[in-house]
Design a protein around this ligand. Structure first.
Ligand code: CUA
Length: 233
């Protein structure tokens, strides 16, 4: 359902969509049911003849209390379901940090009001001469595990990639390590999702999820440029 609105392009996006749907259907069910009962009661016990007085119900009788406790318990059971699945997905996305022999790394720096993405270049290591820095443009290869190092140069920002269902705050003074694993090629939006000043809305970027060939070509072209730029200094 959600995939039709925003494509799902990371390994964990389906799990997050599942939790979204679970909440939507459970809450939706209780919403429709309670509204239906509410309107039925309004019509059922409306004033039918002039002079008829409304009944004053205190809810203190045992039989009346059941109207409160039983639905409460049923809603609680639904909550336990939601929390169970939500915690599992949250742990997988935010707490676990999977590793793979060919994993990649990228540094993400937020500032008022732009994103700087540092790609390691052909050697796969950050902070070397062949690093490729791009403003508002993140290049990744499909079907590879990525660790990101997210930080901010000034205030709080939030790195959000809707196609991944990934959102992570960037905190000045901290390097937050997280992961994603793109599953589908394409070019999509990245948007800051933390109010960070007057230019907050003007802080969009693009993520380009490329095939291995496209990514290698992009890297070859840009790494030579970076090395040349460093040599020039
Ligand atoms: Cu950066 Cu909002």
């Amino acid at each position: 359902m959600i995939e039709r609105l925003v494509p799902s392009s990371a390994t964990f996006s389906g799990d997050i969509d599942f939790v979204f749907s679970l909440i939507f259907w459970l809450v939706g069910f209780w919403f429709i049911l309670s509204e239906a009962v509410f309107f039925w009661l309004i019509l059922r016990f409306r004033r039918k003849s002039p002079g008829q007085r409304a009944q004053y119900v205190t809810g203190e009788l045992k039989s009346e209390k059941r109207w409160i406790t039983i639905p409460h318990l049923l809603v609680l059971v639904c909550d336990v379901f939601i929390v169970f699945f939500a915690v599992r997905v949250w742990y997988d996305v935010k707490q676990a940090l999977p590793t793979a022999p060919d994993q990649r790394v990228v540094r993400i720096e937020a500032q008022q009001w732009a994103w700087t993405f540092t790609h390691p270049g052909p050697d796969g290591v950050l902070d070397t001469a062949d690093d490729i820095k791009k403003v508002n443009e993140l290049h990744v290869e499909v079907d590879k595990l990525y660790h990101f190092q997210l930080t901010s140069k000034d205030v709080l920002h939030s790195f959000s990639v809707p196609v991944f269902r990934l959102k992570q705050d960037a905190v000045p003074g901290r390097v937050i390590v997280g992961w994603f694993h793109p599953t589908r090629t394409g070019e999509h939006d990245i948007q800051c999702t933390e109010i960070c000043g007057i230019g907050h809305a003007l802080m969009p970027a693009r993520i380009l999820i490329e095939t291995p060939e496209q990514h290698a070509a992009w890297m070859a072209e840009n790494a030579t440029l970076s090395v040349a730029a460093v040599a020039d200094r």
